[in-house]
Each structure stands twice: as structure tokens, then as C-alpha cells.
Write a protein that binds this ligand. Structure first.
Ligand code: COA
Length: 540
């Protein structure tokens, strides 16, 4: 295996050219034509490809260095014998059709009477054919000044703006975004400004291409525009004016990133690949942490320095709290919530529950209202299957569930978790009470396994032991509904002839109105409240 070197090619006369990006790392295995570094002069940026395939063994330049023709960029352990033949070859860059010098004014006449319609063709592209049109900057009717960009072209190695050779009105544009164009092809027709005998137009520049690359022909006529190098003076934050090289633009397009939103870290405000990667990474992290709602365009709540108002302490959120925050934001923003309220008369249920206390103690089980609520919810889901559904992620299907698994929100020091009691419709109150206690203990000891928290159809969140007369819980998506349980209280209830003191349990059901409508909830909730009001119904 021979060690080959990749050098700076002919830079079109420019010396001390900035290295603005090193595209490879030691150990990378390169293919022929793969970009090694990006160089940039005031007028142009160019990617320098390797002609040698193989493994990078050392890198001789850093971002920010300045290099000249012949300087060594990298050393490559060439692949196979074939590569040895290339050892003497000067590394070459593709015929990047880029301008190195400021346009030169010429006085070649293009119109003898005015206003004249001038046909503007695609100029000499330095030998490149079928070049992608990535942007059309003008439309018919636009008033433009000489030098205004008509279109932006991009090869693998360079992007270039094609300026108008004249001031005037755009009559027509013959090219669309996504087209591929070559020299001489009709680009636009422009009606030049009046009283112009001759139009000053920039001539083709000396190209910043290596010696071996075909050099652009001089512009045969003054109306031929030239490829304009990216303008280093442009602000990176101004949308189309973002200052970035072709490889960076390509990466941005692949990832769907708007360059206008990127903060540039490169020289003279140039956007680097790492700026895009950093932006995407931050975006993903913000969405995952719930700081930014995906796709909603909702601006995040601004950061405030609370210490300016008094003493504070910073506590790191637990993983569970962060996941809950993200899940709650996601559900709240995706699912249009409706919350229905009702009170269940639990006088008889409570009398029964208390009568079973002795037996519960013998069984070693604490009998709270929770297993009754789970059983009632399960039976209502069986009786009203329109409620036992999920909205499919495709937004076009309802998933109907033949199983009844009920989640129970448990408050733990590490945060809120929702273990799931499986097949609650098939289990008796004792078994449900045991499983509730077991799951709550596991939750508080941090021993729940992921499978313990999966597959719920409906969640019950009880704040009954704490107080409150009602709250609107957020659906635990992809479930479609959740019940909030508040503190039971004795209330006067009209029995038809008099007020009677009854123990009433305030309940709320929030549901995702995309999957469930009010009538479904009305039926489900009525069944549930009736079952709690008369637990004999749970036998039916
Ligand atoms: N009204 C009045 N009293 C109630 C009640 C209600 N709705 N629900 C429970 N109680 C009583 C219980 O009967 C028990 O009293 P007792 O010992 O005299 O029988 C007492 O409150 C404590 O009950 P608890 O130990 O909390 O058991 P539970 O079965 O009601 O609840 C959990 C178990 C795991 C759900 C509960 O401990 C919990 O973590 N709740 C918080 C859930 C939460 O944070 N939800 C909010 C999500 S945003």
C-alpha cells in the first residue's frame, strides 16, 4: 500500500486561500472524487476532491488555515496497485465553474435601439453540463437591475448565481427550479431600459479552476452573463441570502433545513455543515424534551432569570419527569381534548367497601375505591366499545381493541408513572385490589418494567385521597380517554321528594375528540357512573 498525497490544485492564481472546511477525518476511507476540503477566496468557494481512493492517514491542514497551490492537504493510504499510478498525478478538482475575479466591464453592444428585448442564454459554465437549477430568483414582470441574480445553479462542487446583464423588465423565464441546464440554453427574455445604445455587461471571469480543468471560454457576447460567486457580504440569516457552499446547501436540502434559521460559525458568516448538524440536533432534543412542540410552530416560553426576583434553587428533572413533560405536551397539542363531568353516587359502594375491611385485612389487601373504579371502567369499555379505541398514527383508521387493559396513574418521588392492569374486565375486585397495590409498590420502588406500562386502553388518575372537586386530566396518548377522580364528599341529593345526604364522587372524563365524539362519551360515562352507583351491575 503506497502513501499518496493530495495537494492544493491550481487555485486560479489566488494565494493564501482560506480552508473553511475539512471534510475528512483520519481513518476515513475515501472514494475518488470525494471532497477533502473546502477552500474559499473572496469570490468563490470550491471543494477539493481526491483523485486517490483509500484511507486517510494524516491531515495536514485545519479549518482556518490558509493554503496555496501545491500545499499538501492530506496523506492517503491508496487502495490497490492501480492507485500507485496516480502518485505523480497532480490532484485535480472538477471543473468547478466558479468566478475568481470581479466582473470586468465591457462595452460590447447588445442593443442599438431601446427598449429592446434581449434574450439571455445560460452562460459558459466552465465545461459543466446538465447543471441543476436550484432557485429561480425572478418572475415575469419583475423590474430588475443589471447584476441582479436571475437563477442559482449548483453542481456537486459549486453553486453560482447567474446575474442579469441588463437592467429592465423580465419578459419571460424559460427555466424552472429543478431543471438541468447547459451553456447556451435559453434562460430569460429581458426588456432593457430605454435609451440604451449599448449595455454594459460583465464579461466572463477568469475561472478559479485548476490547471487541468477546462477553462470557461471568454464570453462571446456582452449579453452573456457570468457565473457569480457567492457573495461573502450576504447575511446568513436572511433566507435566500444565506451564505453557504454547495455541499452545505445540499445537506440543508436533504434534511429540510431552512438556511435562514442557521447561525453561521464559519469565516465571514459562512454556514458550515456542523452548523446544520448542530441545529438539527438541538431541534430534536428540544422536541423530545417537550421544549418545542413538533411542527406546531409554537414559540417556546422565553427563558427567565428567576434569581433576579429572589433566591432560587435549581433541581435537575428526573428522566420520568422529562418524559412525562414531553408526553403531556405531545398529547395536549395533538389531541383536541373535551372533558365531561359527572358525580357518581358511591354511598352503597362505600358501605360495601367498608363492610369488607375485615376480610381485606385477612387477605392482606387494602381495599380502596380504586379497584371498583377500574372494574367499572372496564365493564363500561366492554359495553361501549366505541370508547375502547385508538387513533391510528396514519390518522385514517380507528384501532378497535378487543382487550381491556386499564392504566392507573401513580405518583412517585421520581415522577408520575402509569402501570397497566391487564384484562381488568376479567378480574374480580380482590384480584384488582392486589394488582393495584402491587403495581403502586413497584412504581414507588422504581421497579416497573416497560411492559408493565404498555398497552393501556384507558387511564384512571385519582387525586381522591388528596382533595379537590374536579380536574381535567390530559389523555395518556395513544389512549383516547382518561378519567380524573376527585375527593368524594357527602352532598345533598334530591331523591324526588327530599334532599338526602349521599356520598358523591366527582369524576371527569377527558377524551380525544378526533377519535371519540360527545355521544360516545355520554354513553360510556353514564354506564360507568351507573356501575359505580350500583356495583351489582358489575355482575351483569
Ligand atoms: N375520595 C375520598 N377518599 C379517597 C378517594 C376518593 N376519591 N380515593 C381514595 N381515597 C381514600 C382511600 O380510601 C384511602 O383511605 P382509607 O385508608 O381510609 O381507605 C386513602 O384515600 C388513601 O388511598 P390511596 O392509598 O391513595 O389508595 P388509592 O387506591 O385511592 O390510590 C394510587 C392509589 C396509586 C392511585 C394513589 O396512591 C396515587 O398515587 N394517586 C395519585 C395519582 C396522581 O398523581 N394522579 C395525577 C396525575 S396528573
Amino acid at each position: 500500500m503506497a502513501i499518496e498525497i493530495v495537494k492544493v490544485p491550481d487555485t486560479g492564481g489566488a494565494d493564501a486561500v482560506d480552508v473553511i472546511e475539512v471534510c475528512v477525518a483520519v481513518g476515513d476511507v475515501l472514494e475518488v472524487e470525494q471532497s477533502v476540503v473546502v477552500l474559499e477566496t473572496d469570490k468563490v468557494s470550491m471543494e477539493i476532491p481526491t483523485e486517490i481512493a483509500g484511507k486517510v492517514v494524516s491531515i495536514k491542514v485545519n479549518e482556518g488555515d490558509q493554503v496555496s497551490e501545491g500545499d499538501v492537504l492530506i496523506e492517503v493510504e491508496a487502495e490497490g496497485e492501480a492507485a500507485v499510478d496516480k502518485v505523480a498525478e497532480e490532484p485535480q478538482v472538477e471543473a468547478a465553474p466558479v468566478a475568481a475575479e470581479a466582473p470586468v466591464e465591457t462595452t460590447a453592444p447588445v442593443a442599438s435601439t431601446a427598449p429592446a428585448e434581449i434574450e439571455v442564454p445560460i452562460p459558459d459554465l466552465g465545461g459543466a453540463d446538465n447543471v441543476d437549477v436550484i432557485e429561480v430568483c425572478v418572475s415575469a414582470g419583475d423590474e430588475i437591475a443589471e447584476g441582479d441574480s436571475l437563477i442559482v445553479l449548483e453542481t456537486d462542487k459549486a453553486s453560482m448565481e447567474i446575474p442579469s446583464p441588463v437592467s429592465g423588465t423580465v419578459v419571460s423565464i424559460a427555466i424552472n427550479e429543478g431543471d438541468k441546464v447547459s451553456e447556451g440554453q435559453a434562460l430569460a427574455v429581458i426588456k432593457g431600459v430605454a435609451e440604451v445604445d449599448a449595455v454594459s455587461a460583465p464579461a466572463a471571469p477568469a475561472p478559479a479552476v485548476p490547471e487541468a480543468a477546462p477553462k470557461p471560454e471568454p464570453a462571446p457576447q456582452a449579453q452573456v452573463p457570468v457565473a457569480k460567486a457567492p457573495d461573502a457580504s450576504k447575511e446568513s440569516g436572511s433566507g435566500d441570502a444565506a451564505y453557504a457552499g454547495p455541499a452545505v446547501r445540499k445537506l440543508a436540502r436533504q434534511l429540510g433545513v431552512n438556511l435562514a434559521k442557521i447561525s453561521a460559525s464559519g469565516p465571514r458568516g459562512r454556514i458550515m455543515k456542523n452548523d446544520i448538524r448542530g441545529f438539527v440536533k438541538q431541534l430534536i432534543s428540544d422536541v423530545e424534551s417537550g421544549k418545542l412542540a413538533s411542527g406546531t410552530g409554537i414559540p417556546p416560553i422565553p427563558e427567565v432569570d428567576f434569581s433576579q426576583f429572589g433566591e432560587i434553587d435549581m433541581e435537575k428533572m428526573t428522566k420520568i419527569k422529562k418524559v412525562t413533560a414531553a408526553n403531556m405536551s405531545r398529547s395536549w397539542l395533538n389531541a383536541p381534548h373535551v372533558t365531561q363531568f359527572d358525580d357518581a353516587d358511591i354511598t352503597e359502594m362505600e358501605a360495601f367497601r367498608k363492610s369488607m375491611k375485615g376480610e381485606a385485612e385477612k387477605r392482606g389487601v387494602k381495599l380502596t375505591p380504586m379497584p371498583f373504579l377500574i372494574k367499572a371502567a372496564a365493564s363500561a369499555l366492554v359495553a361501549e366499545p366505541s370508547f375502547n379505541v385508538s387513533l391510528h398514527a396514519d390518522g385514517e383508521h380507528i384501532v378497535r381493541k378487543k382487550y381491556v387493559h386499564i392504566g392507573m396513574a401513580v405518583d412517585t418521588p421520581a415522577g408520575l408513572v402509569v402501570p397497566v392492569i391487564r384484562d381488568a374486565d376479567k378480574k374480580g375486585i380482590w384480584q384488582l385490589a392486589e394488582e393495584c397495590a402491587e403495581m403502586a409498590a413497584k412504581a414507588r420502588d422504581g421497579k416497573l418494567m416497560p411492559r408493565d406500562m404498555q398497552g393501556g386502553c384507558f387511564t384512571i388518575s385519582s387525586l381522591g385521597a388528596l382533595g379537590g372537586t374536579g380536574f381535567t386530566p390530559i389523555v395518556n396518548a395513544p389512549e383516547v380517554a382518561i378519567m380524573g377522580v376527585s375527593k368524594a364528599a357527602i352532598k345533598p341529593v334530591w331523591n324526588g321528594s327530599e334532599f338526602e345526604p349521599r356520598q358523591m364522587l366527582p369524576l371527569t372524563v377527558s377524551y380525544d375528540h378526533r377519535a371519540i365524539n360527545g355521544a360516545d362519551c355520554g354513553r360510556f360515562f353514564t354506564l360507568l357512573v351507573a356501575a359505580i352507583g350500583d356495583i351489582r351491575r358489575l355482575l351483569l
